[in-house]
Design a protein around this ligand. Structure first.
Ligand code: GDP
Ligand code: K
Ligand code: MG
Length: 293
């Protein structure tokens, strides 16, 4: 029997729905999703296995102009998304005009690999808006195949997936057929906690936070986890903890619920907050948190 396998890279502006789409393909919450830009910091692989195919999707941070070292390293993940792909999924949302960084746009335009342009969030608009968007993108990217989808409502997603499989080369699988992602368990713990921080704290706080899971110990019926919430300044530590510890407690309770759903096991989660001055600008620190490839 013939077998197809290959790499599919998902790119686009912040907040257009890249992580939502990846999760819709994989059927699991691999990538954290919030309405804030820069939710996704790393490149994450999601693997979809069938009897005669293996689709390896990679979710990337949205395209931004780097302002500090962490952002620079996030953009390196985006750059690598142009390499080694068999299919490129370029996501825009209904009403979006153009890519914020033009150099990427010309890369997509001149891409030697097939580009599927996905107009996402069509649940939010009407037919007139969609017709306008189709016209705009057909003229902007004449080489791309265009699909209208709603990643959130799982509309049109199966059609895109079907087309991806058609475009993949004949190849044996690259990963074991029971593997879902390339990231270790601790990575998902960090991400689930970071999602709660993004949801519950304002302004710059989430961007000053990194999570480091120091302990992940799996027993027969429970997983014991200890994670550090790293901030840059003493004042941020106080904000994270909150009045009588209430804010941190909420993060812990919500993260534990999600962790139990993710791992399908009872979770004991311990979190504490530590100040690590200027970790975002420190190359060694960033490497430790997995940002340098
Ligand atoms: P990313 O930054 O490109 O990875 O975008 P996310 O997947 O994190 O999604 C950003 C926001 O858009 C979240 O609030 C999602 O729930 C929302 N979103 C994603 N896809 C859709 C969609 O098809 N329809 C609507 N209405 N919202 C969506
Ligand atoms: K986002
Ligand atoms: Mg994302």
């Amino acid at each position: 029997m013939s077998h197809k396998a290959g790499f599919v890279n998902i790119i686009g502006n912040p907040n257009v729905g890249k992580s939502t789409l990846m999760n819709a393909f994989v059927g699991e919450r691999l990538s954290i999703i919030t309405s804030k830009a820069q939710t996704t910091r790393h490149r994450i692989l999601g693997i979809v296995n069938g009897e005669d195919f293996q689709v390896i999707l990679s979710d990337t941070p949205g395209i931004i102009k780097p302002a500090y070292e962490l952002q620079q390293s996030m953009m390196d993940f985006v750059k690598s998304a142009f390499e080694d792909a068999d299919v490129l999924l370029y996501i825009v949302e209904l009403g979006e005009k153009e890519l914020k960084d033009e150099s990427y746009f010309s890369k997509i335009k001149n891409s030697p690999i097939p580009v599927l342009l996905l107009i996402n969030k069509i649940d939010k608009g009407d037919e007139e808006q969609l017709a306008k968007a189709l016209e705009l993108w057909q003229s902007q990217l004449p080489n791309a195949e265009i699909f209208a989808i709603s990643a959130l409502e799982n509309f049109g997603v199966a059609e895109v997936f079907q087309r991806i499989i058609e475009l993949l080369p004949e190849s044996p699988p690259f990963y074991p057929k029971d593997q879902l992602t390339d990231k270790p368990e601790r990575f998902f713990v960090n991400e689930i906690i970071r999602e709660k921080i993004l949801l519950h704290y304002k302004k710059e706080i989430p961007y000053a936070v990194e999570i480091d899971t120091e302990e992940f110990f799996e027993d027969d019926n429970i997983i014991r986890i200890r994670s550090v919430i790293m901030v840059e300044r003493e004042t941020q530590k106080g904000i994270i903890i909150g009045h009588k510890g209430a804010a941190l407690k909420r993060v812990g309770v919500e993260a534990r619920k999600d962790l139990e759903a993710f791992f399908g096991k009872q979770i004991h989660l311990e979190t504490y907050v530590k100040v690590n001055k200027n970790w975002r600008s420190n190359k060694n620190q960033l490497r430790r948190f997995g940002y340098n490839q």
